[in-house]
Ligand binder design. Structure first.
Ligand code: GLA
Length: 390
């Protein structure tokens, strides 16, 4: 979280649009980024390690407190038009569409005993929706930052992480972990966020692909996914079962050396789920060490191994993600993997600058040949975490 104020291209336009819609200027404009995860997938709710970074795409929100309890919400990406709600009458399961994210934050603040008055809110975002880049957490983080400040709640970044986690799990109904909001609230330009999900400790690890002659490409497969659907929850349940059978608090407490014995105690499917989490935690630690000692050019094989583990052991990839990863690898990428919760969304490919065009063209061509929807391909760099813009 960055508390300094930095004007942003378009911030004034958002404030103007707010004023035109609601008849008065906003009390401020706040922004929070989406994320990619470099490595460490489905490890967060197992109290393990993750290495995401905040990307240069973000949600921005203009907010003005009102004198009553009415909440009026509008977005620039249309869909629902103006939505009105009563801040005092929110309950899980009663709200649909994008407004469940800001209203979930209001509800979670109230659950903590924080009084949230009515407000007007305008939301804008260039984080692609449903692409596995945490568009929903970007909204939640921008809103919690705004309301934390406007209500004087005084929550720390760690508390806001737990609050949005509660909003997401109990109000939105997606049983996700704490990685995405941690990257959004605690990210920093030029750095990946090495997060220990057991105690929320963070170390910022420099990640400057360009200094190593590399770019990090994102391939948005356009396969929509939702973590409120069954696949994510069933993987989480398998992990909990595995931890219970192995007699540990969380899979974080199982090491690679324990796996042989675990194989004799777990059913084959649960064993493969557990093996993914255990080996993925080890890969995150290796990636952090490697980044520190040798830089990004040496982490490629860890990205590849992470993808194979998600494809074969955790079984959360899909044909489009596999094709993106395999094609990128076959045309010059030094490492590639799906990123995020899986079942669709995006892949990342760490690619030498000189091969970028070739990788992009090859992936587009492969998708067309397979009859898949054309992917969106773009580069990302580690950007600032959530902050007030005006
Ligand atoms: C989603 C969730 C995260 C995390 C990832 C998988 O992005 O929101 O909490 O579990 O999936 O690593």
């Amino acid at each position: 979280m960055n508390t300094t104020t930095r004007a942003d291209a378009g911030t004034g336009a958002l404030a103007d649009r707010f004023e035109a819609s609601f008849g008065a200027a906003p009390h401020g404009v706040w922004a929070a980024p989406g994320r990619v995860n470099l490595i460490g997938e489905h490890t967060d709710y197992n109290e393990g390690f993750v290495l995401p970074f905040a990307i240069d795409k973000r949600a921005r929100t203009a907010v003005r407190l009102r004198g009553d309890s009415s909440v009026r919400l509008l977005s620039t990406f249309g869909g629902q038009g103006l939505v009105e709600a009563d801040a005092d009458g929110l309950a899980p399961g009663t709200v649909k569409g994008w407004v469940k994210y800001p209203l979930g934050v209001v509800w979670a603040l109230q659950q903590r005993g924080i009084d949230v008055p009515g407000f007007d809110l305008l939301l804008d975002s260039d984080v692609p929706l449903g692409a596995g880049l945490s568009s929903s957490h970007a909204i939640e983080c921008a809103v919690v930052l705004a309301l934390n400040e406007l209500t004087g709640a005084g929550l720390t970044a760690e508390e806001m992480v737990m609050l949005t986690h509660h909003a997401e799990n109990a109000f939105v109904g997606a049983p996700t972990g704490i990685m995405d909001q941690s990257a959004s609230l605690r990210g920093a330009s030029g750095h990946a966020v090495f997060l220990d999900c057991r105690d929320q400790s963070v170390e910022l690890v420099p990640f400057r692909a360009q200094d190593a002659g590399l770019v990090l490409l994102v391939v948005d497969t356009k396969v929509a996914h939702s973590h409120a659907d069954g696949g994510y929850a069933s993987r989480r349940a398998s992990c909990e079962l595995g931890a219970e059978v192995l007699g540990v608090k969380a899979l974080r407490d199982v090491t690679v050396a324990d796996l042989e014995e675990a194989g004799g105690l777990l059913d084959p499917v649960t064993f493969r789920r557990v093996r993914h989490v255990v080996t993925e935690n080890a890969r995150v630690l290796r990636a952090v060490d490697t980044l520190r000692s040798h830089g990004p050019a040496r982490i490629g094989h860890l990205l590849d191994a992470s993808h194979a583990s998600m494809r074969d052991d955790f079984e959360i990839s899909c044909p489009e993600l596999d094709l993106a990863v395999d094609t990128a690898r076959g045309h010059g990428a030094i490492g590639a993997r799906m990123t995020g919760g899986g079942f669709g969304g995006s892949a990342i490919a760490l690619t030498p600058v000189r091969d970028e065009r070739q990788v992009r063209d090859a992936v587009v061509r492969a998708f067309a040949e397979a009859g898949f929807t054309a992917p969106d391909i773009f580069t990302v760099t580690p950007a600032a975490g959530a902050e007030r813009l005006s």
